[in-house]
Design a binder for this molecule. Structure first.
Ligand code: DGY
Length: 321
């Protein structure tokens, strides 16, 4: 019998598949706040399995303090909050939830892009504030996406799903990826592989879909913004630290780029104050996977990985370490 600790409540019924012989403790931070390393260590007391979310700092200190921990099951595809090397060194397995949140995240990317391109939040405020008095010839003029170029940085599952949606909008797609995508995928989504410099210089929209790691940290910095078109829009539904937020604020203020749709931030849940008063920035609180269907599938995937691990299966699904 194993003890499973979930660092947060998941979607209702999401953990119903946990077998009766195992005990499950679901923690609920009173103020919903991000947990510190020490708080995580405290709540992992006696845990064989920790079900974590992307805001949990899963560090070497946790593995050292809780040697009984055998598995970290991450309720997300991204694992940049987990020190994978330390997990391996301490013989702790790690699983995650790839694949099931692809469409939800691609949809949110497009929601943010359309919201920025057509001033949707500002238009909503305009009507609610009672300012809609007559049809105007030049009110809240937006950017048309048809026939424009979408530059995708990171052509994995989510990047490809975003590119597929671009076909319906009549956009040309270029992408940058460390390794070139399979030619069949390129053909299916009509995407052309280019260097990052060309992508930044030619794209009307730059959309980020790469993981955050040493190589991608601040991939979009002041020099990158200087390369982009002044009319370009940036969308980030990947990870906040892929963008140098300070440089983004400066680039927006200087008119080096025209706008941004951001679901992720460098120091979540904090948002750079310089982003809050920019007209052409649309912000969301990391909602990429936030649909009922997707969050349920993510929970079921965690339960499947935990069950397989505890039953001693050789092939634990979606195991990274
Ligand atoms: C993930 O799973 O990595 C997403 O960012 C969660 O929304």
């Amino acid at each position: 019998m194993a003890h499973i600790v979930s660092t947060r409540p998941l979607i209702d019924g999401g953990l119903s598949g946990v077998r009766g012989e195992h005990t499950l403790t679901v923690c609920d931070p009173p103020d919903g706040s991000t947990r510190s390393v020490d708080e995580l260590i405290a709540l992992a007391d006696g845990a064989d399995v920790l079900l974590s979310v992307l805001a949990d700092p899963i560090t070497e200190a946790l593995f050292e303090a809780r040697p009984e921990l055998q598995l970290v099951s991450q309720y997300a595809v991204g694992v940049d909050n987990i020190d994978l090397e330390a997990a391996e060194a301490h013989d702790v397995a790690v699983t995650h939830t790839p694949g099931v949140l692809t469409d939800a995240t691609a949809d949110l990317t497009w929601a943010l892009l359309l919201a920025v391109a057509r001033h949707v939040p500002a238009a909503d405020r305009y009507v609610r504030d009672g300012r809609f008095e007559r049809w105007e010839t030049t009110l809240l003029m937006g950017t048309e996406l048809s026939r424009k170029t979408l530059g995708i940085v990171g052509m994995g599952r989510i990047g490809t799903a975003v590119a597929r949606r671009a076909l319906g909008f009549g956009m040309e797609v270029v992408y940058h990826n460390r390794t070139r995508a399979n030619p069949t995928v390129e053909r299916q989504v009509s995407a052309r592989h280019v260097g990052l410099g060309e992508l930044l210089e030619t794209s009307d929209v730059v959309s980020l879909h790469c993981p955050h790691n040493e190589d991608s940290h601040h991939l979009l910095d002041a020099a990158a913004f200087a390369q982009m078109k002044a009319s370009a829009l940036l969308v980030n539904t990947a990870r906040g630290p892929v963008v140098d937020e300070e440089a983004l604020v400066d680039a927006l203020a200087a008119g080096e780029i025209a706008g941004a749709g951001l679901d992720v931030f460098e120091e979540e849940p904090d948002v750079h104050p310089g982003l809050l008063d920019q007209d052409r920035v649309v912000l969301a609180p990391h909602l990429g996977s936030a649909t009922t269907d997707t969050r349920m599938r993510m929970a079921q995937m965690c339960v499947a990985s935990i069950t397989a691990f505890l039953e001693g299966d050789e092939r634990v699904p979606h195991r990274l370490v």
